[in-house]
Design a binder for this molecule. Sequence first.
Ligand code: NDP
Ligand code: 8X3
Length: 251
Amino acid sequence: MNTPKTICITGATSGIGWATAQRLAKDGHRLLLCGRRQERLQTLEQDLSCPVHTLQFDVRDKKDVFAAITQLPKAWQQIDVLINNAGNAHGLDPVQSADLDDWDAMIDSNVKGLMYVTKAFLPHFLEQKHGQIINLGSIAGQEVYPNGSVYCASKFAVDAFTKGLRMDLNKHGIRVGAIHPGLVETEFSLVRFKGDTSRADKVYADISALQADDVAQAIAFMIDAPAHVTVADLTLLPTDQASSMVINRRE
Ligand code: NDP
Ligand code: 8X3
């Protein structure tokens, strides 16, 4: 058992964030859990056996992000690990017919929101001279697929930001890395297709997709690596997936 850490997870109310909270709670860490859906944050707080503090904010709202993080109770200010997980895809459309509101939602949450949360926590990390930031990238940040240009652009941006942040924080003893999953069966496709369950279900049909806990386990591995080891990039694919477009569906 490693020393308990204080770990902040954004997007803890569903999918990968939720599973990561469950896993890290079992590992005995203290968890600062963030999301927009207050009732889910409350359920998590009641269910988990570890110390939990919850924060409700929309990562797109710069003022709310900084207010929530700068006004944390003293006992929760010095986090050891930040997991920037909040994000989603909105729509799967060609550029020419895509909805501008979908573009805003993806760029504002996946890119700018992740940057705001990171920047808001940086004074704490710099003061304590250690810490770890783990960003949720995607294979969509490694290869582009048709109709996914803006979601892919958002994850390419996460990749660039992660690499730049690692360079900027290099002198400060802070570990920075990213995890890049392929298809993970969560609420992701339900959000992408605006609640259309039949479209969402098709994404994970006839394959053994990654489950949220597979990603949570890999995140725990990044955290548990010895302090002198940074897992810079970890790509995790279902065995049935070779790339964004090459998927072995057993129809
Ligand atoms: P889910 O839809 O299950 O979870 C998304 C989480 O992000 C929710 O907790 C949601 O909480 C939170 N969130 C979304 N937008 C905002 C916002 N504006 N402000 C605050 N919180 C927000 O999807 P996943 O668990 O699959 O996705 C988690 C991350 O993993 C995302 O960054 C996604 O891009 C990435 N990813 C997912 C893959 C997949 O195939 N599922 C593959 C590769 C990467 P709430 O609505 O309560 O705010
Ligand atoms: C989520 C994986 O392939 O649906 O980032 O974009 S994919």
